[in-house]
Design a protein around this ligand. Structure first.
Ligand code: ACO
Length: 155
């Protein structure tokens, strides 16, 4: 059983860029969306090993802008725990829907999000070509389009 403590990062604490960059290779983009967003961190034995970022889209919908687990702790169910925690946090804060966007090439992430109850609602064509300086390749596929998934938060 993993002993995880998930909590909101305080303003005076250091931003966990090393983790955030695992999910989003552009520091420039990260710096844009973390303004006004909430960063949640997961600690194991007082070490930060994972995080997620929540940002309101409007009064009903909130977005998971970034979710990352440090490589040594991936594949142990922490991503699933973080997704559930993000949904619970969003629900507690009165949101009705939660959305998450990922690349067309992020096969494992698309599997994880759909398994957690998210459904594809939209595709933003060429998002990763238009917004990133360097081409991104994953699983032998170029990451071009953003796939947006949504989950309704049951009251
Ligand atoms: N490939 C295949 N399957 C995967 C992958 C993958 N890359 N990642 C997770 N899964 C599957 C697991 O096999 C597991 O399946 P199961 O429930 O059938 O056993 C399920 O998804 C849950 O896996 P976890 O162990 O909970 O996932 P993990 O702790 O590794 O966290 C995460 C997943 C956050 C994607 C992590 O691998 C990571 O940090 N990756 C790098 C950063 C990243 O890509 N973040 C997401 C970008 S999109 C965004 O941030 C909005």
């Amino acid at each position: 059983m993993i002993e995880l403590r998930i909590r909101l990062l305080q303003k005076q604490e250091e931003i966990p860029y090393q983790l955030l960059l695992l999910a989003d290779p552009s520091k420039k983009n990260i710096d844009t969306y973390i303004l006004g967003a909430d960063i949640y961190i997961a600690e194991k034995e007082e070490k930060i090993i994972a995080c997620y970022v929540l940002k309101a889209v409007n009064s009903n919908t909130i977005e998971i802008k970034n979710i990352a687990v440090d490589p040594a702790n991936q594949g142990k169910g922490i991503g699933k725990i973080l997704l559930n925690n993000a949904c619970e946090t969003a629900k507690k804060n009165g949101f009705k829907n939660i959305i998450i966007g990922t690349g067309n090439s992020s096969i494992g992430q698309l599997y994880l999000y759909q398994k957690a109850g998210f459904s594809i609602i939209n595709t933003v064509k060429d998002f990763f070509i238009d917004n990133y300086d360097e081409p991104i390749f994953e699983n032998g596929i170029q990451c071009k389009d953003m796939i947006v998934l949504s989950k309704t938060l049951e009251p």
